[in-house]
Design a protein around this ligand. Structure first.
Ligand code: FAD
Length: 518
């Protein structure tokens, strides 16, 4: 990790989450002679840099890593239980922090729990790792190579489907869900194991993929690649409408530097990527617009009518409390996927928990795996006016233009949410005995899957920010990455798709650099 910034590189990458890391990886593989500098505003919180904090074995060190990822809210309390979110609190989940101001305006729904992570690895150091493929209208129709790109994203993220096969009741849960859902669906869209960026080590322990896995050894060993943490990119430098580099504020010394670069990739999450562009004077009409979040309903059921199995991994145990309350998966969890279809427009993430998300009587302890947490995500009815705007006269805690989120659910959004609430109760009854009377609708922003703000388009028709290779229409050599690039309204977890789109952009830069160096 070099503290001395280079004067000139071929490629500057802003942000070290999974999508920025995908650019670094593909460039290391395909253009190893290219010099690449990555700038990350947050600190390094795990080793190797960018690795998932769940992989930190010591509980206190793990908690410290999460706190250090919370940017300006480093000392803020995070949700102590799923119930805190349910009570409408604006507390963030561990490892994240909520937008302090500008998250809602009178007469609008806003996005009260819009959140960020600021650390090497971004949210990818804290995520659940669910990597489902988009289906039906979630897919980007104008990309003929989408499936090959998704395969490549699977490779970069280390996606597996069998890490939780030993989890108690997991086959039963899938069988019951399948009986309720699968009729009339094509094979690929039936109930199945959730593809997850998780694998098991030989000793049986789970390893969560973060940006470290995306980087891979090839990036870590690349002498032409350097990662600079605690380095805020304040703007992209342009010359004659083309990328010329980045202005970087060293958060350790307070000094600023210009680093010249022929290509700049802004992978600073779906809310901060448009912020960097806006601060750089790159302000196409679609910047920040078509913002969409996946509304989410949750419900819980309990399996009481089947005997507790013993697992191949030994006695059924419980994880430490911090992980359980954070809603993350543990050794004993199972994760099932109910894929989105246009006919049933919900993406289902069904997670078995090894402890109860709701209080149960002491004399009636829950068998691990028998509490089934159901979540249905819905796709937003896309609106031009749903947007993140930036203030010219007000700064955020990093000194960047302050965000203002304008966001409304439409009548169609409410209809789909009503259907999702009905459906989740039906699914909850199919798998066991419901623990809740009614499903709970999460506050807006809770999905952490914000999209659309730097959306990709097939042509420069004024409704998109970048083209199919993620290059900004109005600023050649400037590329955008992250969930904000996804132009469709997806209900499924978006990271696999964003990494796939990053692969396409990175291949294009690599090809241009290699051509020039020949
Ligand atoms: C608890 C949790 C669970 C999740 N579960 C899932 C899941 O199961 N499946 C799924 O698909 N997604 C999930 N997500 C979301 C997923 O983590 C994100 O979609 C993914 O990390 C996005 O990758 P990214 O590279 O675009 O952005 P990020 O990972 O957010 O990284 C962006 C990075 O850019 C940095 N940055 C921002 N501005 C600047 C600047 N000006 N200069 C320098 N650096 C900057 C940030 O500090 C950050 O580190 C989850 C997230 C969380 C927190």
């Amino acid at each position: 990790m070099s503290r001395r910034y280079p004067d000139v590189v071929d490629v500057a990458i802003v942000g070290s989450g999974p999508t920025g890391a995908a650019y670094a990886r593909i460039l290391s593989e395909r253009a190893p002679r290219a010099s690449v500098a990555m700038f990350e505003v947050g600190p390094t919180v795990s080793e190797p840099p960018g690795s998932h904090v769940n992989n930190i074995e010591d509980a206190a060190a793990r908690a410290a890593a999460r706190h250090a990822s919370q940017g300006p809210a480093v000392d803020a309390e995070t949700v102590a239980s799923p119930g805190a979110v349910k009570a409408g609190s604006r507390m963030a989940r561990p490892g994240t922090y909520v937008l302090e101001k500008g998250y809602a305006f009178p007469g609008e729904d806003g996005m009260p729990v819009a959140a960020f992570s600021s650390n090497v690895g971004g949210m990818g150091a804290h995520w659940t790792g669910a990597c489902p493929r988009p289906g039906d209208s979630e897919r980007i129709g104008f990309l003929p190579d989408l499936d090959e790109l998704l395969d490549e994203a699977d490779r970069l993220l280390g996606v597996t489907t069998h890490a939780f096969d030993g989890a108690p009741f997991t086959d039963l849960v899938r069988e019951r869900l399948a009986a309720a859902v699968d009729g009339g669906r094509p094979p690929g869209r039936r109930v199945q194991r959730m593809p997850l960026a998780v694998h098991r080590r030989e000793d049986g322990r789970l390893v969560w993929s973060g940006s470290d896995v995306v980087f891979g050894d090839i990036t870590r060993r690349n002498p032409n690649f350097a990662l600079h943490d605690e380095s805020l990119v304040t703007r992209v430098l342009l010359e004659n409408g083309r990328a010329a580099g980045v202005a970087v504020l060293d958060r350790r010394t307070g000094e600023t530097h210009d680093v010249r670069a022929r290509f700049v990739v802004v992978a600073a999450d779906a809310l901060r990527t448009p912020q960097v562009l806006w601060a750089s004077g790159i302000r196409p009409a679609a910047l920040g617009r078509m913002l969409n979040d996946q509304s989410q309903v949750v419900f819980a059921s309990r399996i009481r009518d089947a005997a507790a199995p013993t697992t191949p991994n030994g006695p059924v145990g419980q994880s430490d409390e911090h992980d359980i309350v954070a809603g993350t998966l543990s050794e004993q969890s199972g994760v099932s996927w109910v894929p989105y279809t246009d006919a049933e427009p919900f993406h289902g993430q069904i997670m078995q928990l090894d402890a109860s998300p709701v209080p149960l009587a002491e004399d009636d302890p829950a068998v691990p795996g028998s509490i089934v947490g159901l979540g249905l995500f819905t796709a937003k009815d896309l609106q031009w006016d749903d947007r993140v705007e930036f203030a010219g006269d007000e700064m955020d805690a990093y000194g960047m233009p302050a965000m203002r989120i304008h966001y409304r659910l439409t009548d169609r959004d409410h209809e789909v949410l009503d259907r999702a609430r009905t459906e989740i109760v039906r699914l909850g009854r199919a798998v066991g005995e419901p623990l809740d009377e009614h499903p709970f609708t999460m506050p807006l922003g809770a999905s952490l899957h914000y999209q659309g703000t730097v959306r990709m388009g097939q042509t420069d028709d004024g409704c998109s920010v970048c083209g199919p290779d993620s290059e900004v229409w109005s600023a050649s050599g400037v590329y955008v990455a992250g969930n904000g690039v996804i132009p469709t309204a997806t209900a499924c977890n978006p990271t696999l798709t964003s990494v796939a789109l990053a692969v396409r952009g990175a291949r294009r830069i690599a090809a241009e650099l290699e051509r020039e160096k020949q």
